[in-house]
Design a protein around this ligand. Structure first.
Ligand SMILES: [Mg+2]
Ligand SMILES: [Zn+2]
Length: 215
């Protein structure tokens, strides 16, 4: 058995590991503009994230190779990822990926880096006759609002006694507020604004190696 990590770095994917939200970019390219209304309804809490994603992706028209090619084109990694993962391992911690995004682009973009994560949680896709069907395999991590709830992932990491550092940017990362020992948010992001509104401390960053000091 691997030794118990003394801390767990829980990383969001879209807009955190990557500079852009890859899922949004793929929808923008292959779905009519109405997908944005569905996304906005989720941000306003009128729909759960999986329900919004089911509706958004049902509008997309693409096959797997073209969706993948586009995702790889727009899915530029945020600088500092390798330095951060290296520091986590050197310091005796573990990195977990917790994403409300989807397998096809996460696996392609992370590529050889996937094994550097001790655990990975994300959703699944099936491409059938030019349409995209999304599924949510991590039912035990759902909070009702999110399929992969960042707050529940933080709780899971904490249950082992590890200190938890959460790193994210977006609306679905709001569930991690108050559930991690340290919360790092992309500067100017929705998560950063949510922390400011609640007057809660967070570590702002633009490059992932800036997070190393918070470990
Ligand atoms: Mg994100
Ligand atoms: Zn949640």
């Amino acid at each position: 058995m691997a030794p118990r990590p003394n801390f767990v770095l829980v990383l969001d994917f879209d807009g955190t590991v990557t500079e852009k939200d890859v899922g949004d970019e793929v929808c923008d390219r292959f779905a009519p503009p109405a997908w944005r209304d569905i996304d906005a309804a989720w941000v306003r809490n009128e729909l759960s994230l999986p329900e919004a994603q089911r509706q958004m992706w049902a509008l997309a028209r693409c096959d797997r190779p073209e969706a993948l090619a586009y995702a790889k084109q727009v899915g530029k990694l945020r600088p500092g990822l390798d330095a951060l993962l290296e520091s986590v391992h050197r310091a005796g911690g573990a990195a977990w990926l917790a994403s409300g995004g989807f397998d096809f682009y996460i696996e392609a973009i992370l590529h050889g880096r996937l094994p550097r994560f001790e655990r990975t949680y994300f959703n699944s896709t099936r491409f059938i006759d030019g349409k995209v069907e999304v599924t949510f395999p991590h039912a035990s991590l759902s909070c009702g609002r999110c399929a992969v709830c960042k707050g529940n992932v933080c709780d899971l990491a904490r249950a082992s006694g590890a200190r938890v550092v959460f790193v994210g940017d977006g609306a679905s990362d709001r569930c991690a507020i108050g559930r991690a020992d340290v919360l790092c948010a992309v500067q100017g992001s929705l998560l950063a604004r949510a922390c400011e509104e609640r007057k809660l401390p967070y570590v702002p960053f633009l490059e992932l190696d800036d997070v190393i000091e918070a470990l």
